[in-house]
Design a protein around this ligand. Structure first.
Ligand code: HAM
Length: 413
């Protein structure tokens, strides 16, 4: 018989990991909700053309990584590789520019990129994503960065570095790209084949190269950040001043290249110090031309996305844990109904409660209580005993109501 396996690059999310994911999404909703971001959802597949135009024809995502298929009507559809293009499409389609601006939304769900799977890199992965569309106010850029940092903090993802840069506007960028192309052409012989091939379409990618010759050339290459227009430089200066004022450390990194073409002005990426090759926890930036590019009115926007699998990897097994339960065990048969009702009563009082439901011996039950991390075990028999799992101390309760009172006093709930 054929043994089925999950497709390459996908993963089954088993307990307790699935719970930790859910918790992470809850934290996201809480942090973003307090800043006025509303949840929103878009389809998992879209018109292929949307991503080709939105993400950019020359990007790796569009060139190599999209899961594209034809529907029965011969339309080309693509499993979404990212959220921003779909959200901007929905913003236009539903006339959301008529709402009070900026429209602040967030979403979480599965995304698909046909990449070579490795630790922290999957073909189906999960992102949390936040967008603020309809204003170019630099406080939005800074706010979004701080909110993402707050989510990392609450999720316990550990130390990370924030890389920050500005790409300017398309005009500045076009002039700069001409300058960079000329520079690269003059030293073409030292560049890798891949960079040479892309020189016309996307010379910026040369900053990403691992090839030693290319890296040497890039060390002296002109930087976009030194060529910003006055408006862009001022905007970036304000974003930086806000981050400084908030005490948010960052490294200015003019070589920061994001894998999507829609960015203008601010770009940023958080890199975990706990992850290996796939260290990017999340990133984003401003995309002031995207809505217009997709057929809407000229509309600025800014946002980010972060990888849930990577965040959980960085957070480790102990992060995002839930409260410890009360465990109800039985020293004598016939107490099952008392225990059943006691469990209900304790849950109503706000405790997490697990009880023996597999016919174990008392010794096995206490082991099970340890395994589920119980802070207290109630043992029902001829008497009712309340055992503090931390100290091992065991005391008799007078009746079921007394159990509640005693459990409340045990530290560690
Ligand atoms: P991105 O940098 O392509 O940005 O992806 C954001 C995050 O998603 C990455 O930092 C990483 O944590 C996670 N991620 C990406 N690809 C994979 C993968 N194959 N496996 C596991 N995790 C992955 C965007 O997607 C932009 N839409 C962000 C944005 C929103 N910019 C403006 N608004």
């Amino acid at each position: 018989m054929k043994k089925f396996q999950a497709p390459r690059g996908t993963l089954d999310v088993l307990p307790p990991d699935a719970r930790r994911r859910l918790r992470l999404v809850e934290i996201t909703g809480d942090v973003l909700g307090r800043a006025g971001y509303e949840p929103m959802e878009t389809p998992v597949f879209e018109d292929t053309e949307l991503f080709a135009r939105g993400v950019g024809e020359s990007t790796d995502i569009v060139q190599k990584e999209m899961f594209t298929f034809e529907d029965k009507g011969g339309r080309s559809l693509t499993l979404r590789p990212e959220a921003t293009a779909g959200i901007c499409r929905a913003y236009i389609e539903h006339g959301m520019h008529k709402r009070p601006q900026p429209v602040k939304v967030w979403t979480a769900g599965p995304f698909f990129r046909h990449e070579a799977p490795q630790a922290g890199r999957f073909r189906q992965f999960t992102q949390i994503d936040a967008e603020a569309i309809g204003s170019d106010d630099p406080t939005l850029d800074a706010e979004l960065i701080l909110l993402l940092a707050e989510i990392f903090e609450r999720a316990g993802t550990g130390p990370s570095r924030l890389r920050l840069s500005s790409l300017g506007t398309p005009d500045t960028r076009a002039d700069y790209l001409d300058e960079l192309r000329s520079y690269l052409r003059a030293r073409e012989g030292e560049l890798s084949g891949e960079v040479r091939e892309r020189l016309d379409r996307n010379p910026l990618r040369a900053f990403d190269a691992d090839h030693p010759g290319t890296r040497a050339v890039m060390a002296d290459a002109p930087r976009l950040i030194d060529r910003l227009s006055r408006d862009d430089a001022e905007h970036f200066g304000e974003v930086r001043a806000l981050l400084d004022a908030a005490g948010m450390p960052y490294g200015l990194d003019p070589t920061l290249v994001r894998g999507l073409d829609y960015y203008t002005r601010t770009v940023f990426e958080f890199e975990s110090e706990r992850l290996g090759a796939q260290a990017a926890l999340g990133g984003g930036g401003r995309y002031d031309g995207l809505v217009e590019e997709l057929g809407g009115p000229p509309t600025p926007g800014v946002g980010w996305a972060a990888g849930v699998e990577r965040m959980l990897l960085a957070a480790g097994d102990d992060a995002l844990d839930q409260s410890r339960p009360v465990f109800i065990s039985y020293a004598a048969p016939g107490a099952a109904r008392t225990g059943f009702l006691l469990a209900r009563q304790l849950r109503e009082a706000g405790f997490r409660v697990e009880s023996e439901q597999a016919g174990r011996s008392l010794k096995g039950q206490l082991k099970q209580a340890d395994r589920v991390g119980a802070f207290v075990t109630v043992i029902l028999g001829d008497s009712i005993e309340v055992k503090d799992m931390q100290t091992g101390e065991q005391r008799e309760a007078e009746n079921v109501d007394h159990v509640l009172e005693m459990v409340r006093k045990v530290p560690g709930a």
